[in-house]
Design a protein. Structure first.
Ligand SMILES: Cc1cc2nc3c(=O)[nH]c(=O)nc-3n(C[C@H](O)[C@H](O)[C@H](O)COP(=O)(O)OP(=O)(O)OC[C@H]3O[C@@H](n4cnc5c(N)ncnc54)[C@H](O)[C@@H]3O)c2cc1C
Length: 342
């Protein structure tokens, strides 16, 4: 096991803030993962599961324990029928490389999730989603190391309690319990996606006269839309969407609509207010708070332009959420998780 010591969390996360992690280790297989947890247990250290840090925020005080980075690699087709293909991807694979692997072969189900930064292992944690798809529709199971029993377990989708940005992996009593080593997906051999697509995707397809809805074609369109609107984490620090959209009961949605607030109805009937819309309506698009700018192109994205610390970010967050609350009466919730000892 190759331990690194006193590593800035700002170097491990795409928002690029945060003090030092006491220890960091990259794990490539189960024996290394077990060794890492044994080391932490023997030294009574807290542990943290890490992928590419695209949804993780470091704190100024750092982290007094062991950050375990998932570097399990490999993608394998497990079985195939006339309609479906079952694929297992290891947790340390880059998510977008996996989407490329699938779409290049014509497999459908994750093409609108192209260009989402991060690892395969972190994808189920907050049930990643974009442009009308999320992975709850295609995930079959995960293999995970259970840090309570030190055993490798398989957890089926039915036990993951997946909803918008929420699963058993990040919510409730088992949050942070399972280190996901591999994810098994069931994809379709042929795309069943048909128009109308999610608004911005449909607009792009119409404007470019695209009527080929194959996985590769949709992937290309999504990549183009995202490249135009979203910051590349390798160049511009951010954690993607900084606030969560707001889901409402039918009754509350009606009341909001009466007040003139735009309500989206999702394909499953759920009512939602886009947090980006509230930020835009509050006149915050493009504004900078303590070095953190609300993106001019996509208001949900908070870009770290010159923010130096978590303290700066916390001040920015308070000011932004207060403005939105005063104007609309909704308290925005942060999407990225904070790296803290539990
Ligand atoms: C520019 C940008 C755009 C983005 N766009 C989207 C988007 O469209 N849709 C979307 O859903 N998200 C989006 N995100 C957020 C992010 O890409 C996803 O949350 C992604 O899944 C994070 O992967 P990661 O490997 O970087 O996770 P990390 O940030 O390393 O970890 C995130 C969480 O998962 C836990 N975790 C990490 N690995 C494991 C593991 N192996 N087992 C168990 N728990 C683990 C961590 O402890 C942490 O709680 C965006 C982020 C950026 C920077």
């Amino acid at each position: 096991m190759k331990l690194s010591e006193n590593i800035p969390i700002s170097n491990l996360t795409t928002m690029r803030i945060g003090g030092n992690a006491r220890y960091v280790v990259e794990v490539h297989n189960l024996p290394e993962l077990k060794e890492a947890y044994d080391f932490a247990k023997n030294k009574s250290l807290p542990t943290w599961m890490m992928g590419d840090g695209a949804n993780t925020i470091g704190r100024d005080e750092g982290f007094p324990g062991l950050v375990i980075i998932n570097c399990f690699k490999g993608i394998e087709i497990l079985s195939q029928t006339a309609d479906e293909v079952v694929i297992r991807a290891m947790g340390g694979e880059n998510w977008d490389d996996f989407v490329a692997f699938a779409t290049e072969r014509g497999y459908s189900g994750i093409e609108t999730l192209s260009s989402i930064p991060g690892t395969v292992g972190a994808a189920p944690v907050q049930n990643i989603g974009a442009y009308g798809q999320d992975i709850s529709h295609v995930i079959e199971s995960v293999s995970a190391y259970d840090t309570q029993t030190d055993e490798l377990v398989v957890i089926g989708k039915e036990d993951m309690n997946m909803s918008y940005r929420s699963t058993i992996f990040n919510t409730g009593k088992d949050a942070g319990r399972y280190f996901i080593t591999a994810v098994t997906f069931v994809l379709e051999n042929e795309s069943s996606l048909q128009p109308p697509f999610y608004n911005s995707l449909q607009k792009y397809l119409d404007e470019h006269n695209i009527t080929d809805y194959s996985p590769a074609s949709i992937r290309t369109a999504v990549m183009a839309i995202r490249a135009e609107k979203l910051p590349d984490p390798a160049v511009i620090p951010s954690a993607g969407s900084f606030f969560k959209n707001i889901y409402l009961s039918y009754e509350d949605a009606e009341k909001a609509e009466e007040k003139g607030i735009k309500i989206h109805t999702k394909s499953d009937g759920q009512k939602m207010i886009s947090a980006g819309y509230l930020l835009e309506q509050a006149g915050l698009k493009g504004q900078i708070f303590h070095g953190f700018r609300i993106s001019e192109k996509a208001a949900l994205i908070l870009i770290n332009e010159s923010g130096k610390s978590y303290a700066d970010l916390a001040k920015a967050r308070t000011e932004i959420t207060d403005i939105v609350y005063e104007k609309f009466g909704y308290k925005l919730e942060q999407e990225p998780v904070e790296l803290i000892a539990k």
